[in-house]
Design a protein. Sequence first.
Lengths: 183, 561
Amino acid sequence: MSEKNSVDDMSRSFALTTKLDALVAWGQRNSLWPLPYGTACCGIELMSVMGPKYDLARFGAEVVRFSPRQSDLLLVAGTITEKMAPILVRIYQQMLEPKYVLSMGACASSGGFYRAYHVTQGCDKVIPVDVYVPGCPPTPEAVLDGVMTLQKMIKDHTPRPWRDNWVSPYEKPVASLQPGVTL
Amino acid sequence: MKNFEMLKNDLSAKFGTDQFQFITTPVGDDVIECPKESVPAVLQYLKEYAHFNFLMDVCGVDYPARAKRFDVVYHLFSTKESRRLRVKTQLAEGEAVGSATSIWKGADWFEREAFDMFGILFSGHPNLRKILTHHQFVGHPLRKDYEADAQQACDSVLPIHFDNTPEQRGDLLDNRFVPINIGPSHPAMHGTLRVMAELDGETVIRANCEIGYLHRCFEKMAETHPYNQVIPYTDRLNYCSAPMNNVGYCKAVERLMGVEIPARAQAMRVVLCELSRIIDHTISVGTGGLDLGALTSFFHLFTYREKVYTLFEKLCGARLTVSMTRVGGMAQDAPDGWFESVLKFCDEVSDGIEEISQLLIGNKIFIKRTQGVCAVSKEDAIAWGYTGPLLRASGVNLDLRRSNSYYGYDKLDFDIPVGASGDIYDRYLVRVEEMRQSVRIIRQVIKTMPSGDYTIRDKNIVLPEKKDVYGNIEGLMNHFMLVIKGLRPPVGEIYDATEAANGELGFYLVSDGSANPYRLKVRPPCFAIYQSFAEVVKGSMLADAIATIASMNVIAGELDR
């Protein structure tokens, strides 16, 4: 279903596989380009993470890009509603490989205390999430810790079955899909 | 009240009010109940002859057991007399009431919301479509028979569309123009706003806003939670200045219960409110500069925001969403030395405000980009229901802290900045000046900070302190009773408003005597402001539209609730 990681493919055909993998992972983890998908309160706290005091740039995730084509880390910061979910999926699909998702806060991770008619109960219902950061909103330290966890995952080549087995929820037939409506 | 009697006589002479009811509620709100046929005429009369120039809110209430199940409630305000009036009418399912859009432009979105949430029909409304829920949503969620957690998945994105007002082309696109879609995921859209526009070159021919991408069902959540558990939800309305929402909500509940909170609690609330006004304006001014390309001001102002976060953290442990108030007072007293650190912050931020003033407000590029751009006249601002800094930037001197004073604001010495032209530049001037005034207010309040208790000690309202719960049987019992039985305000209803950073933050609360609110409607200031966006930016350049959206300081959490 999903496109294979092209860098990895290439690296496997060389003799220096492990070394090159390590080199690529070193580069990837220290130059994450985040797309700040700030929808709510967590978005304000994400500004603090980027801001002068906590300064995410110290961890190599400095270049904030608002275009999904230019970023490799989707920071879902805030509540994802049912109305927003298809847009989040589209943004995720537009990102190029390798790509990672960090879910910031209770709402993005599970719907939080909004057990409500218009709130998606966690963005992992629609996209694959690599790191969950708890809190409502999480402190900037917690987000930094989340980014460092992700960096470790990249370094260790942690298997990501949730990502490999992911299919867009809108590509398979859904009960409520109206005839003629496509994404 | 004498005025209400006079109004009653006037209305009887004009309409023959056999079917009208004139009620003054126990908390002192004036209410007129009238049949649905008379509503538009009564509203028109109240606006033209009784000086009720503002329509603050239109909302519905559902009583499924009644033959006519819906109440439609109009909240009016008169700047001349600083007085409120509520007009109510009853509707059965499928019945329609005349739209108020021809009387106040600002009724537009409020009526659409009532339609979306309850299925209430407004005849004569130019564009009665869903507004908050997604386009595949079936049913009306705020009806009492809709389950709070009945989610409905949405699997497609709404295409570009426009309002179906009679003089417009509706959803038909004109191939002479370029249709563009901005948002909901776009750096200039401050969260989750979505603007669709048709452009001729760079000129906006027409625009339309789609909202609801952050509709988190606040009002339904309030109906399913006890009074004190609603407070954390209010934090997340305008998350840029969370304590103000706490204060607004608690003040409404307290007034309904007839509770007067201690002087120290009032003073603490004022300090919290003014601190949040400052940090709200730092975000607004900072991101406003950011959208015009001035990155420095944003980072600079964020330093001060961080300092306030530290103060909040010291006070209660949370940075952003503080939930510091309780019905009856505050959750706890300020720690030793907290007020001194606030005063120290006041000195620091005063310098910061002057720096920003020079960096941004005195900056030639900033002035050229904002002065005279997308100005809103006084009359238009009132018709749309503008409140707060934007209304004052348009030249209307209305500040609830002065006109309907609460928590001792009338005894404080502060100025209310008023703009002249209502353009984007004036909005920033007003905001920066308000930050200076907030510093003045904080200094005065802390100077005369009353000692005494931080909350009332009514065992039916406030939980006993932990040492009593664990230390003696009476405390344990009171704690148990209040948790099991819940806080129960008397049957009744109230509309109460405070001056939040963005304008009038109103809470319309209906209590049926149970432990949960029967209905809680928030009147968010930016909802009324943002609905004017399409008209305000018509004919301007696209870049000016972006500057306008930033100057409106639309906070999605409060807009969509």
